[in-house]
Ligand binder design. Structure first.
Ligand code: SF4
Ligand code: SF4
Length: 505
C-alpha cells in the first residue's frame, strides 16, 4: 500500500443556482492579469450545453485523457509512438483556439460619463481585450449557454445527449419544455493527471502532501501539451507570460486551513471540501477498468481513514495526524464512498478526477407531479419508483458522471429521494412510517444517514462544510521525501521538485 493524501471538492448540483459568484471570486484573485483575460479557472456551465471551451467534452475532437490500448494505458494525444508525437511539438491540431473560448472583451464604460451632450443616450460599446479595437459583434462568451437559457441552438451540441431517444432530448431542449441545470467546474486535481503525463518539460507535478496539481512557471516552456491532454480543458495558455496556468486549488488558502475562494464565496452553499486517503499503487489498475466500472474502482481506491491498518500505514508514509483526523470527518469521503451519492465528472476520461458531484434530483418531482395534474398525493404517489420518469433523463446524467452506468445514478437519486421522504414524514407528517422504512431500506440508508445527509446538504455550517487540515511543511522533517516539495516557483505557482506520478516522457 502506498498511501497518499488528497484534497477534494464536492458539488451538490441540486443546489447550484448558476449565479457565477464562484467564477468571479476566482477571477478576482487569480486571473485579472494580462494574458489571463479569457481564463476561467472556475467556470459554471449550463447543461445541456456546449460548455467552455466549446464542446470540450468531445474527445474525438480534442483527444484529451487516456485510452486503454492493447492492455496499456496511454494518452489519447499520442499518435503512433511518443517520438512521433514529440516531433509534432510545434503544431498541435487538437488545441482549442481562441474562437473555441471567446475573444475577451470589456466595455467602454468611460463613454457613459465622457460622451458629449447629444440627442441619444451614450452607450458602452464592447472593446476587445486582445486588439483594443471596438467589436461589432460579440459571438461567444464564457457562459454563453446560460446567456441563451439552455436554448436548443447550444444545448443540442452537448456531447452527453449521445444515446438519448428523441423524446428524451426533447425533454431537455424543446423550447416550451426545456429543462437545464448548472455544472460548476474547476481543475479536478486528478490522481492520474493527463496534463502531468503529457508535459515534455516536466513542468507539471502533483503535490504528494495534498494532491494539488501545479505548473512550475520556471520550467514551463509553453509547449501546451497540458492544454491538449487535459480532457477537462483546465490548463490555459497565457499569451503575455508565454506560460501555461491552471487552477491551483487556492493552495495558499488551503495550507492555512481556509476554504478555496470559489467554495467560500458559493451563494448556494453547494460546495464542501475535505481530505481523502488513497492507495497510489492501484492508480494504473483502476484507470484501466471498463467505463462503467470506473466509479466503483475509484471508490475502491479511496481508503477507510478509520481503519487501524490504514491509519498505521498513513503514519508510516508521513501523513500527519491532523490529515488523518480530517479524512475521518471528510464530507468528500462520506458523499462519495460512505453514502455513494456523489460521482466524478466523466470518469471515462480515466484521469481519476478528485472532485465529485451529487446529481440533481428535483426534476423527478416536477415530472411526477405533472403526471398527476400537479398534485401530490402521499397515499398513492410512489415517487420513489418514478426515477426513470425524471425531467433530466438518467442516461444523460450517466453520460455526464458515471461512465454510462445508469444503475449508479439511480442508486444516488433513490438515496436522495429516501432522505426527502424521511424528512417529509418528520416535518409534514403526510407520509406513512411504512413508506419511510421501505424507502430507507431499499436505498441502503439508515435513519442516521438520512439525518446526516440532510445536515450536510442543507444546514451545515462553514466548519462542517470545509474540513481542511493545515499543512505545516516546517514540521515535516520525518516525512517521506516524495510527499515534500522543495522550493516555490518565481510567482508562487510552482515548485522545483516534481512528484513523478504519471510522468510519461
Ligand atoms: S483536470 Fe486533471 S488532467 Fe486536467 S489540468 Fe486538472 S489535474 Fe490535469
Ligand atoms: S457560487 Fe455556488 S451556487 Fe453560484 S454558480 Fe457557483 S457553485 Fe453555483
Amino acid at each position: 500500500m502506498d498511501i497518499r493524501a488528497q484534497l477534494s471538492m464536492s458539488f451538490n448540483l441540486d443546489k447550484c443556482i448558476g449565479c457565477h459568484t464562484c467564477s468571479i471570486s476566482c477571477k478576482n484573485i487569480w486571473t485579472t492579469r494580462q494574458g489571463a483575460e479569457y481564463m476561467w479557472w472556475n467556470n459554471v456551465e449550463t447543461k445541456p450545453g456546449a460548455g467552455f471551451p466549446l464542446t470540450w467534452e468531445d474527445q474525438e475532437r480534442y483527444r484529451g485523457g487516456w485510452e486503454v490500448n492493447n492492455g496499456n494505458l496511454r494518452l489519447k494525444l499520442i499518435k503512433g509512438n511518443k517520438l512521433r508525437t514529440l516531433a509534432s511539438i510545434f503544431f498541435q491540431p487538437n488545441l482549442p483556439t481562441i474562437d473555441d473560448y471567446y475573444e475577451p472583451f470589456t466595455y467602454d464604460y468611460q463613454n457613459l460619463f465622457n460622451a458629449p451632450a447629444g440627442d441619444d443616450q451614450p452607450v458602452a460599446r464592447p472593446k476587445s481585450l486582445i486588439t483594443g479595437e471596438f467589436m461589432e459583434k460579440i459571438a461567444l462568451g464564457p457562459n454563453w449557454d446560460d446567456d441563451f437559457g439552455g436554448s436548443p441552438l447550444y444545448g443540442s451540441n452537448d456531447p452527453n445527449l449521445k444515446g438519448l431517444s428523441d423524446s428524451q432530448k426533447e425533454m431537455l431542449t424543446k423550447f416550451h419544455k426545456l429543462f437545464y441545470f448548472y455544472v460548476p467546474r474547476i481543475c479536478n486535481h486528478c490522481l492520474n493527471p493527463a496534463c502531468v503525463a503529457s508535459c515534455p518539460s516536466g513542468a507539471l507535478y502533483k503535490r504528494g502532501e495534498d494532491g494539488i496539481v501545479l505548473i512550475d512557471q520556471d520550467t514551463c516552456r509553453a509547449w501546451r501539451f497540458c492544454v491538449s491532454a487535459c480532457p477537462y480543458k483546465k490548463p490555459f495558455y497565457n499569451w503575455a507570460t508565454g506560460k501555461s496556468e491552471k487552477c491551483i486549488f487556492c493552495y495558499p488558502r488551503t495550507e492555512t486551513g481556509q476554504p478555496n475562494a470559489c467554495a467560500h464565496a458559493c451563494v448556494g452553499r453547494i460546495r464542501t471540501v475535505g481530505a481523502l486517503l488513497y492507495d497510489a499503487e492501484r492508480i494504473e489498475e483502476i484507470a484501466k477498468l471498463p467505463d462503467d466500472k470506473l466509479v466503483d474502482g475509484m471508490r475502491d481506491i479511496i481508503l477507510d481513514p478509520s481503519d487501524p491498518n490504514v491509519i498505521e500505514a498513513a503514519r508510516k508514509a508521513g501523513i500527519e495526524d491532523n490529515w488523518i483526523a480530517a479524512a475521518q470527518d471528510s464530507p468528500a469521503y462520506n458523499l462519495f464512498k460512505k453514502w455513494r451519492i456523489s460521482m466524478p465528472h466523466h470518469p471515462e476520461f480515466r484521469t481519476l478526477p478528485m472532485n465529485f458531484y451529487v446529481p440533481p434530483l428535483s426534476p423527478i418531482l416536477h415530472q411526477a407531479k405533472a403526471d398527476r395534474g400537479g398534485l401530490f398525493d402521499p397515499e398513492t404517489d410512489d415517487f420513489f419508483n418514478e426515477i426513470d420518469k425524471m425531467r433530466i433523463p438518467v442516461k444523460f446524467l450517466a453520460n455526464l458522471m458515471s461512465g454510462g452506468n445508469e444503475s449508479l445514478i439511480i442508486e444516488s437519486l433513490k438515496k436522495q429521494m429516501a432522505v426527502r421522504i424521511y424528512w417529509r414524514q418528520k416535518r409534514v407528517g403526510d407520509v406513512g412510517e411504512g413508506a419511510v422504512k421501505s424507502a430507507l431500506s431499499s436505498s441502503g440508508l439508515t435513519a442516521q444517514d438520512a439525518e446526516d445527509i440532510y445536515r450536510l446538504n442543507s444546514l451545515a455550517t462553514h466548519k462542517e462544510r470545509f474540513i481542511i487540515p493545515e499543512t505545516h511543511r516546517e514540521a515535516k522533517s520525518t516525512m517521506d521525501p516524495r510527499l515534500m516539495y522543495e522550493k516555490r516557483g518565481t510567482i508562487g505557482f510552482g515548485t522545483k521538485k516534481k512528484e513523478t506520478i504519471g510522468r510519461q516522457w
